[in-house]
Design a protein around this ligand. Structure first.
Ligand code: IFM
Length: 464
């Protein structure tokens, strides 16, 4: 293993400083996936049902009724997948653990066959010199916990901390870097406000309770894992790079401030500064009594972290539009309009603007000061294996990372989303983010041009 996420070589201004199109020495290169999106084997070896098993079977919720039942069959093919990672030269691999494999009903007996899968995967990675980064929660909540209210119920946060400790007891001797949650914005706002994701609820009260209990789950788990000896702990967010459409217009600036609050500060302020922003308390109070935020919770949430994972795809531009209804996934945004994408977009219809990533990284460094890791960045294109548009997207965003580093941002590594084509949630298998193509009929993996290009980037630790 050449570098780890906590490697000091990336200290800005230190020996590892970036120069030209080269990244700092010790910069960590990886690829990311998530359990429900690749594993399949949803009923094997004692795994319990998750909210995505239920949601994907609910008519009309997922493109063409696709489910993760088979996905990339990674549960059975992990050895060949790890060999493929080694061929690509990856230094690190970010995967998530399916909570329902470990505690099938969320709180009850531990399922050793589920634990054994991640044990084997970890050893396989280490055997090939690839550093494993574990994400404890990437959206596949045990269904039984949902039946008791899911993230709207405080008990789910306590159950998460217990599950985190079970995982640490199993893998803590070999896994150095642990992140608690992936994109709690999606879990809370897509899961409980717009209902576009599992569990498909549309209730602003449940949304804000979910925000809080997700953060509390993080804080409880960090404290427990730190106590058990974990060295590198963090969380992955998908912060918005949100700008007013017309920066000279005060109403547009106010719109951007509210969206920044809902998407960014409502998570980052309690995580790093130990308190919800006052304006977000006021916004939440329009919908619900805040009694679910108990004394001591914000302190619990703000346990020191070592790394902040950043998932970035696209910027957002907003403007004031009197009379506009609130966006379905953003309670409290009446009178705000999201500008449709301008210029080139990916197959997700997401605007491509690499400079927005530089701005975001600089803002996170300035306002929050936690070492950063790009835990996801990539593009959906259905171009087959000759995916020059993906190469262009990645190249642009890696240059944006270099710009941020050259401006003093402490960025420790980059994980492309995704290692291979996989189950893109409500879009099913229709959207392809992989640098490796997956034929879902034969399960054949075929590296795309972007995979070979990324290998070269890793090998030279830089761009051309
Ligand atoms: O596929 C998802 C991933 O699970 C979380 N971040 C965004 C990706 C692309 O939508």
């Amino acid at each position: 293993m050449t570098a780890t996420v906590t490697s000091e070589a990336t200290e800005p201004g230190g020996a590892g400083e970036a120069s030209g199109l080269r990244f700092p020495d010790g910069f960590v290169w990886g690829a990311a996936t998530a359990s429900y999106q690749i594993e399949g084997a949803t009923t094997e070896d004692g795994r319990g049902p998750s909210i995505w098993d239920t949601f994907s079977r609910t008519p009309g919720k997922v493109y063409a009724g696709h489910t993760g039942d088979v996905a990339c069959d990674h549960y059975h093919r992990y050895r060949e997948d790890v060999a493929m990672m080694a061929d690509l030269g990856l230094a690190a691999y970010r995967f998530s653990v399916a909570w329902p494999r470990i505690r099938p009903d969320g709180t009850g007996p531990v399922n050793t066959r589920g634990l054994d899968f991640y044990d084997r995967l970890t050893d396989e990675l280490l055997g090939k010199g690839i550093e494993p980064l574990v994400t404890l929660y990437h959206w596949d909540l045990p269904q039984t916990l949902q039946d008791r209210g899911g993230w709207a119920n405080r008990e789910t946060a306590l159950a998460f901390a217990e599950y985190a400790q079970v995982m640490y007891a199993k893998l803590g001797d070999r896994v150095q870097t642990w992140t608690t949650l992936n994109e709690p914005w999606c879990s809370a706002y897509l899961g409980y406000a717009s209902g576009r994701h599992a569990p498909g609820i549309t209730d602003p009260v449940a949304t804000f309770r979910a925000v809080h209990h997700l953060l509390l789950a993080h804080g409880l788990a960090v404290e427990a894992l730190r106590g058990a000896g974990a060295r590198t702990l963090g969380i992955t967010l998908n912060p918005s790079e949100v700008q007013p459409l017309d920066p000279s217009n005060a109403a547009d600036r106010e719109a951007a401030r509210i969206v920044d609050g809902l998407n960014n500060r409502i998570f980052l302020d309690p995580l790093v500064k130990g308190a919800y922003p006052e304006d977000m308390r006021t916004l939440m109070s329009r919908f619900t009594d805040l009694g679910f935020i108990q004394d001591g919770d914000e302190k619990q949430i703000s346990q020191p972290i070592d790394v902040l994972g950043v998932n970035f795809y696209s910027p957002a531009y907003v403007s004031a539009k009197p009379g506009a209804p609130a966006a379905p996934d953003a309670p409290g945004t009446e009178g705000i309009e999201w500008r449709p994408p301008v210029g080139p977009v990916t197959d997700m219809n997401w605007q491509i603007e690499p400079a927005a990533l530089t701005r975001l990284l600089e803002r996170l460094q300035a306002d929050y000061g936690v070492p950063l890791l790009i835990t996801e960045n990539g593009a959906a294109y259905s171009d087959g294996v000759h995916d020059s548009r993906r190469i262009e997207y990645l190249d642009g965003h890696l240059k944006a990372c270099l710009d941020a580093i050259s401006h003093g941002v402490d960025l420790r590594g980059y994980f492309v989303w995704s290692l291979m084509d996989n189950y893109e949630w409500a879009e099913g298998y229709a959207k392809r983010f992989g640098i490796v193509q997956v034929d879902y009929t034969t399960q054949e993996r075929m590296p795309k041009d972007s995979a070979r290009w990324y290998s070269d980037v890793i090998r030279r630790n830089g761009l051309e």
